[in-house]
Design a binder for this molecule. Structure first.
Ligand code: ATP
Length: 265
């Protein structure tokens, strides 16, 4: 089954024959193609080293693809210049395993960084911390949504891992992107915090209609949260379907014959 069959509108993201070979010769992605329907919550699964992070980093061009193309909202963004890329990135949010906050800045300032791409070149508010009042109000609101309004003036390095990831989600809320790339967003969190962070991602997806592409290790989370799944093995796409399509045989194909499913609970 392909996602195309059920597509109602144009896909938000089209990946065509994507290849990424690192300078040391590692072939991290081998001719990967798929489409992401608008509004989907797509999980990317596969063993460690299968190419999941590389894929996400190629999509927003943190890494330059070696070959193939990436279409975002119908536009080929594979070779656009830096200026154009900055425009496109306003609509692509990113959440990382290790949160990527600025440790020495306040939580509020970290959230406001989500709007950095919207500052014009002449306005250095982000650097001098003079943000428009309504943006500050939005940032407080976003912190309220993720349940840490009381931490606004705490330094980011004073937070727990789960709280840091909620700040990263609040940063995405104020950015209000069309697409969110989440690279193992719960890999360094305990199980109950993982569920709470995944619930916030689901809210982004369902209540704000932000399409999510999320690398995940635990199939129980994949089943609970995603609408679509692709699996990578050694840089190749080996599965594409719905979470319920992942049979025991598929599981072994993706993770290896000796693999056993581990639940997060
Ligand atoms: N900067 C790099 N330079 C060279 N090789 C790299 C680089 N980054 C990743 N790789 C290699 O590319 C392959 C895919 O790595 P990648 O991090 O994309 O996998 P992954 O599925 O995200 O793994 P994990 O689940 O452990 O994060 C691996 O063989 C990895 O060693």
């Amino acid at each position: 089954m392909t996602f195309q069959a059920e597509r109602k509108s144009e896909p938000i993201l089209q990946i065509k024959n994507l290849v990424k070979t690192y300078p040391n010769g590692t072939k991290a992605l081998k001719n990967v193609s798929f489409e992401v329907p608008k509004g989907a919550f797509l999980s990317v699964i596969g063993l460690s080293g299968s190419g999941k992070s590389t894929l996400l980093r190629c999509i927003n061009r943190i890494h330059e693809p070696t070959a193939g193309s990436i279409f975002f909202e119908g536009q080929d963004i594979t070779h656009i210049n830096e200026k154009h890329l900055r425009e496109v990135r306003k609509n692509i949010g990113m959440v990382f395993q290790h949160f990527n906050l600025i440790d020495r800045r306040s939580v509020l300032n970290n959230v406001l960084m989500g709007r950095l791409g919207q500052l014009n070149d002449h306005f250095l508010g982000g650097i001098f911390q003079k943000w428009p009042e309504e943006w500050i109000a939005d940032a407080h609101e976003a912190l309220k949504i993720v349940g840490i309004a009381d931490k606004a003036y705490v330094r980011a390095d004073g937070l727990s891992g789960g709280q840091k990831q909620r700040v990263a989600i609040a940063r995405t809320l104020v950015q209000n992107p069309h697409l969110l790339l989440a690279d193992e967003p719960v890999a360094s969190l305990d199980p109950s915090t993982s569920y709470s962070v995944m619930n916030y991602l689901r809210d982004l997806n369902q209540k704000r209609n932000i399409t999510v592409v999320c690398n995940l290790h635990f199939l129980s989370l994949v089943r609970d949260y995603s609408t679509h799944v692709i699996a990578l093995r050694n840089g190749e796409k080996v599965f594409e379907g719905k979470p319920t399509d992942i049979t025991e045989q598929w599981f072994k194909d993706i993770y290896g014959a000796d693999a056993k499913e581990v639940e997060i609970n």
